[in-house]
Design a binder for this molecule. Structure first.
Ligand code: GUN
Length: 295
């Protein structure tokens, strides 16, 4: 069996077209222009490239976007002051602080400082709590993108054995929770594997769906999966550089070998990555609607 490729690039393109129309309508009918600010502290090249992709996409869709970069040695207070400024800026509906932050800055303190109504990342504890309760909130972008990919590619998750590898606050914990909820792309039986899991392959071999979010290149090998598995690969690992200096990327799954056994698989790049950015745009539009009293 050779797997169907679940293209995040194509799915993201379709959602972006829907958003473009929605954004144009918001402007025309309600004079509302969604606004997003991205804040980056330091010069990590991967973070720089993510943030610049987010701003470029926002701009292309008609979202007002601002990009602020603070020096790596900026104080926690400087960052908190900036967040406070944007919490009170009516043009800005969504605030995103790119993670990870430098070690001297307390990440929790920073995330707690963002107005939950502007927390388009879905990282504030108010939004995390609402998500767990199944209430209306901003869903974190990568898990939200995974749900859309599964739904739009027709993967039935109800009753499925889902194995999530990784327990991060950004991906592993929220996607595990969402997939067990009574919702579209939910109703699954979820197992979470992590660095202390004794026999990971024993779990992954049972899985109908594997979601890998560990940050270890090609960790999931063909002998760890059963025939017909659906693979969602969240990993974006830089494993080298081309002659012209471009990063060579690999996922957390050994794509070439696993695709011969899987029913469907997301590639890296072009899988989950474009979806994450697109769901950020969707959340920003939701934030603008909320601020305008249209939700
Ligand atoms: N770093 C890696 N993924 C993300 C994300 O989805 N949001 C933010 N703010 N930082 C990240």
């Amino acid at each position: 069996m050779t797997a169907k490729i679940i293209s995040g690039t194509e799915t993201a393109k379709a959602i972006r077209e829907e958003l473009k129309t929605e954004i144009a309508e918001l402007k025309e009918k309600h004079n509302v222009v969604p606004g997003l600010v991205t804040i980056l502290v330091g010069e990590d090249p991967a973070s720089q490239s993510y943030v610049s992709a987010k701003n470029k996409t926002a701009h292309a869709l008609g979202i007002h976007s601002e990009q602020v970069t603070l020096a790596a040695d900026s104080s926690e207070q400087e960052l908190l002051n900036l967040i406070d400024k944007y919490n009170n800026d009516e043009k800005i509906h969504g605030i995103l602080v790119q993670l990870p932050l430098p070690k001297h800055i307390n990440e929790a303190k920073v995330l707690y400082a963002i107005n939950p109504d502007k927390d388009v990342d879905g990282f504030h504890p108010v939004n995390v709590g609402k998500m767990v309760l199944g209430e209306q909130c901003y869903l974190p972008c990568t898990p939200h993108g995974i749900l859309e990919l599964l739904t739009r590619s027709g993967v039935n998750t109800s009753g499925a054995e889902v194995v999530v590898i990784g327990r991060s606050n950004i991906v592993g914990k929220p996607i595990s929770n969402l997939m067990l909820q009574k919702r579209d792309a939910g109703n699954a039986t979820v197992t979470i594997c992590h660095t202390r899991t004794r026999d990971m392959a024993a779990h992954t071999r049972r899985a109908d769906i594997i979601i890998a979010a560990v940050g270890v290149p090609k960790m999931v090998t063909a002998d760890m999966v059963k025939d017909g598995v659906v693979i969602i690969d969240v990993g974006v690992n830089r494993i080298g550089k081309t002659a012209d200096g471009k990063a060579i990327l690999a996922g957390d799954v050994d794509f070439d070998a696993v695709k011969e056994k899987a029913a469907a698989i997301t590639p890296v790049p072009g899988g989950v990555g474009p979806m994450t950015i697109t769901m950020l745009m969707k959340n920003t539009v939701q934030a603008a609607r909320l601020a305008a009293g249209l939700i």
